[in-house]
Design a protein. Structure first.
Length: 99
């Protein structure tokens, strides 16, 4: 994908993979979606100041997101929160909730 000109990010949500695993945090889909939402906004701020993305309206860069398991559920939540920006969602083994 990078060779085709796309920016690619692989995100470890807090508590998963190589990320920190604090014990004083209440893990929830809402928390994960908010973290992804903040990430998208931070990346938009960085990339809309770049000539490559100067043609996008309203300082928003279109996104395609993908997620596996809980990441799939979070991707759906992100698409709901940012419908103008998220142009597509790929779900892999999508979870239906957290217990």
């Amino acid at each position: 994908l990078q060779e085709a000109g796309y920016q690619v990010f692989a995100i470890d949500l807090i508590g998963f993979g190589a990320s920190q695993k604090p014990t004083d945090v209440e893990y929830s889909i809402e928390l994960f979606v908010q973290l992804l939402h903040d990430f998208v906004h931070e990346m938009n701020d960085r990339y809309t100041n770049n000539d490559r993305y100067s043609s996008y309206q309203d300082d928003t860069v279109p996104w395609m997101v993908a997620g596996n398991s809980i990441g799939g559920l979070c991707s759906l939540g992100l698409a709901k929160a940012l419908p103008e920006q998220i142009q597509g969602v790929v779900l892999l083994n999508c979870a239906t909730g957290m217990s």
